[in-house]
Design a protein. Structure first.
Length: 304
């Protein structure tokens, strides 16, 4: 049974290359004919791990290709996810399974609403990868991938074992939303501040009172949502992440430095309306979002 990977960027490239070299049938879905021609001109997908770069000649196609899709890995950014799934919706088999790699929250529900018959699984990953150039991905950090069912089913998909056998650091969880919310909270406490201070994660140790105020509001939000386990020890974990990733630039800072749209709408932009609906005051998070939007506008970037 073939895999399709939509989006041959950082994570999509990493996943597709690992599936391909493990002997799995896998096809890339690229945006359009121009991207497909560029990909073919380069001879395939390059993956660098440490000092070794390998070229994998994966087959690729556009969304308009005719073959049906049974297993799809959606590997685009959150803000592209809905349009991307719409572009292949007609090709999905009735029993199709879709793995959503998007960070933050909000895009997963939008995708599921577009394809109500498909089984949508959500992933939360701490693996890191970046694009050296188009279709050349660098594996930048080991991590853990949690996978769970959008609707809370306790049954892992049959292919989870295949991924494990191929060396993917995957684990099943019955509560993927709690994991995604925990990651969202950590991202909200770190990423926007790194943009506002223009700093690597570690430099936030000079701004710990700001971090603490954000963590307090995020903790209250998670608790009010009935996600107390995801709230537990949030500030301590945020401080541990800041220390462990001291030399890293957050993904949001990297987006801003590259002049790319951020995923803020799926982080702060997802959390704040929920806080509002729960009548929770979140003045520090609100001010953080406003300051961030101002900074994005100054840089000529979308505020959402
Ligand atoms: P990325 O490097 O920007 O790759 C996204 C890819 O999606 C690009 O190749 C883009 O194509 C493609 N794409 C977008 N719309 C498409 C469409 N309609 N049809 C076909 N392809 C389309 O992004 P990423 O870093 O892999 O991030 C993907 C998601 O994973 C994000 O939500 C991110 O937060 C999350 N994540 C990433 C990492 C990481 O280390 N990279 C870690 C954890 C989570 P073009 O090249 O043509 O624009």
């Amino acid at each position: 049974m073939s895999w399709h990977v939509l989006g041959a960027g950082s994570l999509g490239g990493l996943w597709a290359a690992r599936l391909f070299r493990g002997g799995e049938p896998v096809r890339l879905i690229l945006r359009d004919r121009t991207r497909l021609a560029q990909y073919r001109a380069g001879g395939g997908l390059r993956l660098s791990e440490g000092d070794i770069t390998s070229l994998y000649p994966l087959p690729a196609e556009t969304p308009e290709a005719g073959n049906p899709i049974r297993r799809l890995i959606l590997a685009c950014k959150s803000y592209d996810a809905e349009e991307a799934i719409a572009s292949v919706a007609a090709r999905l088999e009735p029993e199709a399974e879709i793995l959503l790699l998007q960070n933050g929250l909000g895009s997963q529900d939008a995708v599921a609403a577009r394809v109500p018959r498909a089984r949508c699984l959500r992933a939360s990953t701490t693996e890191g990868a970046y694009r050296e150039t188009d279709f050349h991905v660098v594996a930048a950090g080991a991590g853990q991938i949690w996978i769970g069912d959008q609707l809370g089913s306790h049954t892992p998909p049959a292919w989870l074992n295949t991924l494990t056998e191929l060396g993917f650091p995957v684990r099943w969880t019955d509560d993927i939303d709690a994991r995604l919310w925990r990651k969202l909270a950590i991202n909200c406490a770190i990423n926007p501040l790194t943009v506002l201070h223009g700093c690597r994660n570690g430099e936030l140790r000079q701004h710990l009172s700001e971090v603490a105020a954000l963590c307090a509001e995020l903790t209250a939000l998670l608790e009010a949502m009935g996600l107390a386990p995801a709230a537990q020890g949030l500030q301590q974990e945020v401080e541990a992440v800041i220390a462990a990733t001291a030399h890293n630039r957050s993904s949001m800072l990297q987006d801003v430095e590259r002049g790319q749209r951020t995923e803020v709408s799926y982080l702060l932009g997802h959390a704040l309306p929920i806080a509002g609906r729960l009548h929770l005051a979140a003045p520090h998070l609100t001010e953080l979002q406003q300051r961030l939007q101002t900074r994005l506008a100054e840089r000529g970037l979308p505020e959402d």
